[in-house]
Structures are given as C-alpha cells and as structure tokens.
Design a binder for this molecule. Structure first.
Ligand SMILES: [Zn+2]
Length: 200
C-alpha cells in the first residue's frame, strides 16, 4: 500500500496497524497531519477544531474537494471518528452547506464523505438564502453573510453544526443563530481553523 499523500510505500507490519484501522497515510505524513485540538470562542460561540488550515491539511483538503480525489475521504478523521461518536453522543450532525454552484461543480458533498465513518445521525433542512461563495469577498462582506442561512428542518434536542474550515466564524455564527431557535442544544465543530482567526 502506498501513502495517499507522498506515495511512499507503507509497511503494513507496524504494531499500530494491529490495533487501529489501517492508515492510508505513511507515519511521516500522519505525523505532519497531527491533531491539534482547540476550542475557539467566537463571541460566546464555542467551536471545536482539530487541525490548522495549513501545510498538509490544506493540501489534502483541496485535493479532496477540488480534484474529486475521493480516496482521501478517510484520512482526515482517521483516529477521530470514535472520539466524535463519544463526545457528541445523542447529537445530530448538520453540515454547513456549500453553495449550489460549488456542489454542482464538485458532484459530491465533501463533508458528508469525510464524516461517513461517524455514526451520529444526520439532520437536514439548512440552506443558504443567497447563493454566494465566500471566495473573493473581503472580511466585511463575509461578516454580512452571517444571516445568509435558513433552517427549515425538524426541531431536534441536540444539533452538531459541522463545517470544514473556520475563518472569521461569521458564517458559522449565522448557522448557529438560525439553528438555535429549533434545537435545545447546539454545538459547533470545524475540522480546521485558519490561525489568524484565533481568539485568546
Ligand atoms: Zn506519506
């Protein structure tokens, strides 16, 4: 088997592979993609994140999203799926939707693929009101996007909002606010964060 990132041969006979499911990255790439769990606070909205949006994570996510390299879908949550299952037990996952144009262009929902090993039930009913992508927008314009979501799904006791990368936190905050009216508890998870958004 070859590493999906660097193409080096992976020696399957490592002790680790006996206990864990097979990693599709070599040990060196896995070391670079190390989990750096953080809880960010965006004006009272807590967001759990696992990776810095940089280096190998960024390359892998772009390759997965934009090059339709679906073989990569399990590398991100490789040893995190079980953690998520336990930590968010009883929550229903609500993915932050991509713009319609992006979704059509990709032909698949990358978040659904990445979280396919997570056993939590999925909720739906969230959509963007205005179909604008964040790309090419400045910070001020992004902040205004915070109200561009509407939730028309069923009310749930516990909802876990899931996104891939948190930047300003504004679009997540918009989702959080509109979902909050239909759920008892709302938690937020983003695979990665861009470091300049860190709030201390
Ligand atoms: Zn590698």
């Amino acid at each position: 088997m070859r590493c999906l990132y660097c193409d080096r041969n992976i020696d399957k006979q490592t002790i680790k592979s006996v206990f864990l499911k097979e990693d599709e990255l070599c040990p060196e790439c896995r070391r670079q993609l190390r989990v750096n769990r953080k809880i960010l606070d965006f004006d009272g909205m807590k967001v759990e994140t696992f990776f810095e949006y940089d280096g190998i994570f960024r390359s892998l996510l772009l390759q997965f999203k934009e090059c339709h390299d679906e073989a990569l879908k399990n590398v991100f949550l490789y040893d995190l799926s079980e953690y998520i299952n336990i930590r968010y037990f009883g929550y229903k996952i609500l993915f932050v939707p991509s713009s319609k144009a992006k979704l059509e262009q990709r032909g698949f929902n990358h978040l659904e693929e990445i979280f396919s090993e997570v056993r939590l039930k999925k909720a739906d009913g969230l959509r963007m009101i205005e179909d604008g992508s964040q790309e090419g927008k400045n910070l001020e314009e992004r902040r205004k996007m915070s109200t561009n979501y509407v939730y028309t799904g069923a009310p749930h006791k516990k909802i876990l909002v899931v996104d891939d990368v948190v930047t300003t936190g504004s679009s997540l905050k918009g989702v959080y606010n509109c979902v909050k009216t239909s759920a008892g508890k709302v938690k937020v998870l983003s695979l990665a964060y861009k470091c300049f958004t860190l709030h201390y």
